[in-house]
Design a binder for this molecule. Structure first.
Ligand code: NDP
Length: 419
């Protein structure tokens, strides 16, 4: 029996809410809260009468820690699942500290305003010291570890698919297949087609910032940075086929480098079609990906936010997306003195997801692990005081839950490797 406060009612939150409602034995009560309560109400209306989970809704601005804390005081949840945007991570963590309630999310902190001088000073120091220039990193949230320990609460960071399931795959590979892991290649393939010339599968602002940034990977104890899309490989994905994929910076590289002892190289690749890349480059060249406000006819406009208003809402892609995703990790290392390679992956079908919960597979593959991470916390299967990444816990109950709740995985020995 538990009570969960879910912040956000977008693509990912919608799947997490559906999944909590399928898992009523654990999630007896949930509250959906965001700035637009009518959207939370609409989500509630889809599920009411079809689940034993008691659903309530509330209006909250998660940029305001006091407002979130007041809502927590009122609702008294066992944990808060933050599925709003990465911009709200720190205010929600502050609210959890104030009220001594556990915190869970799927994406690490990044600031909404990257021109903010206070943030910029810390960022520029980090770029120099660490050697990667992405706007997001774990330092801000890891800095809460001591405070969470003192408050006796748990923070579980990054329980989506990547980060999230990919990190649990690493812990599982280490526990069951290797004495030491030497390399990890995380491969994120979306073989789906939504029929639009250009659309993003999750929040466009977050997605385009990530994809247009420099790439980077971890090698021999330090970061190697690349130009955006500089490293391209082809890979024949099981159940999807041959795709072009590009090396990106991704947040789980940072935590896996810290938590997987002896790892020598970690890379992240994502597939993109040529149409997506051409559109993105063009939008970038004309300034539409900028986060710096401009003045247009007396009104302040942030170009990337205006672009978001023009693009199809990711939540609307569900009915029109066909095809499959394949996301997983290739591990190399040694077991009993012998070198070995394994590939652990999940294949998810966009239309199957849509039939089940009304969303496409990108939201599904994030929302299901968000529910599972919350379940690990509220049932006490994963326990601890402080701030943790998912690979720090026993992977077995999480891996079992993936099979049970819609994301079955495959272990392939001797797979095709990435050069
Ligand atoms: P959406 O843009 O669809 O939804 C964002 C939600 O956040 C909206 O419901 C919005 O509701 C709410 N929100 C935004 N600002 C606030 C605020 N100030 N206070 C309260 N609520 C707010 O995003 P997605 O569902 O696509 O993504 C959700 C999260 O999941 C993101 O952090 C994203 O980075 C992460 N993600 C993680 C992945 C992974 O594999 N780990 C993969 C994909 C996404 P309203 O406007 O009503 O406030």
């Amino acid at each position: 029996m538990s009570r969960l406060l879910i912040l956000g009612c977008g693509g990912v939150a919608s799947v997490a809410v559906h999944k909590c409602c399928q898992n009523s034995e654990v999630f007896t009560e949930i509250m959906i809260a965001s700035r637009t309560v009518s959207k939370c109400e609409a989500l509630k209306a889809q599920l009411e009468g079809k689940t034993k989970t008691k659903i309530s809704t509330a209006q909250v601005d998660a940029d305001n820690a006091d407002e979130v804390a007041a809502l927590i005081e009122r609702y008294q949840p066992d944990a808060v699942l933050n599925l709003a945007l990465p911009y709200q991570d720190l205010t929600v963590m502050d609210a959890c500290l104030k009220t001594k309630v556990s915190y869970i999310d799927t994406a690490n902190y990044e600031p909404e305003d990257t021109d903010d001088p206070a943030w910029r000073a810390v960022y520029e120091k980090r770029c120099k010291e660490e050697g990667f220039t992405a706007y997001f990193d774990y330092s801000w949230q890891w800095a809460y570890d001591e405070k969470f320990k003192q408050a006796g609460i748990m923070g579980l960071l990054g329980t989506g698919f990547d980060p999230g399931v990919t990190s649990v795959f690493a812990a599982y590979a280490l526990k069951h297949y290797f004495d030491e892991i030497h390399t990890i290649d995380i491969l994120d393939c979306n073989g789906g087609d939504h029929g639009y010339p250009f659309a993003t599968n999750f929040n466009p602002e977050i997605n385009l910032r990530e994809v247009s940034a420099n790439g980077s990977y971890w090698e021999n104890g330090h970061w190697v940075e690349t130009k955006p899309m500089e490293i391209k490989r082809e890979y024949n994905f099981p159940e999807v086929g041959e795709k072009d994929m590009y090396l990106l910076h991704h947040e789980e590289i940072e935590s896996l480098a810290k938590n997987i002892p002896g790892v020598k190289r970690i890379r992240f690749f994502m597939t993109f079609g040529q149409s997506y890349l051409t559109h993105m480059k063009c939008l970038e060249n004309v300034g539409m990906l900028s986060t710096t406000p401009i003045n247009y006819n007396g009104q302040e406009i942030v170009p990337i936010q205006f672009l978001k208003a023009l693009l199809p809402d990711p939540a609307s892609l569900g009915p029109r997306t066909v095809g499959k995703t394949n996301i997983g990790c290739i591990f190399t290392g040694v077991k009993d003195g012998k070198e070995k390679t394994i590939y652990i992956y999940n294949v998810c079908d966009h239309q199957e997801c849509y039939k089940e919960v009304g969303s496409q597979a990108v939201s599904y593959t994030t929302g299901v692990p968000a529910m599972i991470g919350a379940m690990m916390v509220v049932t006490g299967q994963w326990k601890g005081c402080g701030v943790f990444n998912v690979e720090e816990f026993d992977p077995d109950p999480y891996m079992e839950a993936l099979n049970r709740w819609g994301l079955p995985w495959v272990v392939c020995e001797n797979p095709q490797i990435v050069e």
